[in-house]
Design a protein around this ligand. Structure first.
Ligand code: COA
Length: 310
């Protein structure tokens, strides 16, 4: 059997932290932030847990897929900001969605979390082990942000995205390319009980070099070209990173939906939130080809070619 996405959901908190408000907290201004990152505002979860955002997104994905929570046999949560060391976030999602028949585990792969989780779902489904997998990515980046560090506090936001992947005769999740370079891990870290520490320029250079290479490998494995792809859904870290990758691959802007301006970088949740947005806007047609790309701390990165089947 093959794996295909049958539903999506997302949740972003109500509170909007604007560049204007940030400029009262650190020495910065709207123009600097927008020019360097493309971010105008981000959402902040003022109260509640990471799992609350996750459950909200998960219920919407189940609804969009038109299935009951009891039908789910595996929940994979991707988060770097779990509420508890244990139980894992996926078990809390199980409890609060009533997915009583699911096995639950979490993936920690920072901003590549959604791609890693989706690739795990694909592998389990293709191995015949599970049939309906709920993937939920939820992050409270505001909880590990140093609000006195202007080079990082402008970048991140909170939110959750989810999708349901089902065993199908159609090959929805076509090819996957995953990588890791732990040797370079120190360029983006958050130690337990400490905040994010980042060498922004090194992260930038890594992303614009490695992601295009990975996309070309994923395309080749799926027997597709850059032109065959209808939508490129990049990790929403920074509009300049995305623009540089697009330029290197000669991909037109119209094929690159963005929400970094409104959401900032929501780490593992970012591609999942974006996927739900474009799905709900009705932008995706059956048979459309999507390229998903995640990259971040680890260093981790991965890309995935999808054929939309809903
Ligand atoms: N407002 C105003 N000035 C700022 C600032 C801010 N928010 N943050 C940094 N600066 C200043 C610096 O102090 C520095 O000043 P100096 O020249 O007097 O020393 C100057 O701006 C340039 O800093 P630099 O770090 O070289 O800027 P940059 O062009 O590399 O942009 C990032 C910084 C973080 C926007 C950029 O490196 C980036 O986007 N990196 C990728 C980060 C990322 O996406 N991480 C997550 C990946 S998953």
């Amino acid at each position: 059997m093959k794996a295909t996405i049958i539903g999506t959901g997302s949740y972003i908190p109500e509170y909007i932290l604007t560049n204007q408000e940030l400029s009262t907290m650190v020495e910065t201004d709207d123009e600097w932030i927008v020019t360097r990152t493309g971010i105008s505002e981000r959402r902040i979860q003022k109260s509640g847990d990471v799992a609350d955002m996750a459950v909200n997104a998960a219920l919407k994905a189940l609804d969009n897929a038109g299935i009951n929570s009891e039908d789910i046999d595996l929940i994979i949560a991707a988060t770097s900001t779990p509420d508890y060391l244990f139980p894992n976030c996926s078990s809390i999602i199980q409890k609060n969605t009533g997915a009583i028949n699911a096995v639950c585990f979490d993936i920690s792969a920072a901003c590549s979390g959604f791609i890693m989780a989706l690739s795990a779902a694909k592998a389990y489904i293709e191995a015949g082990m599970y049939k309906k997998v709920l993937i939920v990515c939820s992050e409270k980046m505001s909880g590990i942000t140093d609000w006195k560090d202007r080079s990082t506090c402008i970048l991140f936001g909170d939110g959750a995205g989810a999708c349901v992947v089902e065993s199908s005769e159609q090959e929805g999740v076509k090819s996957v390319d995953l990588h890791n370079e732990g040797m370079l891990g120190e360029v983006l870290t958050a130690k337990r009980n400490e905040n994010i520490v980042m060498n922004g320029q090194e992260v930038f250079k890594f992303a614009v070099k490695k992601v295009p290479q990975s996309i070309l490998q994923t395309l080749e494995a799926a027997n597709l070209t850059t032109e065959d792809i209808d939508w490129y859904l990049f990790h929403q870290a920074n509009a300049r990173i995305t623009a540089t990758i697009a330029k290197r691959l000669k991909v037109p802007d119209e094929k690159i939906p963005m929400n970094v301006d409104k959401c900032g970088n929501t780490s593992a949740a970012s591609v999942a939130i974006l996927l739900d947005e474009v799905n709900r806007k009705g932008m995706l047609k059956k048979g459309d080809k999507l390229m998903l790309a995640g990259f971040g701390s680890g260093l981790t990165w991965g890309t995935m070619a999808i054929e939309w089947g809903i």
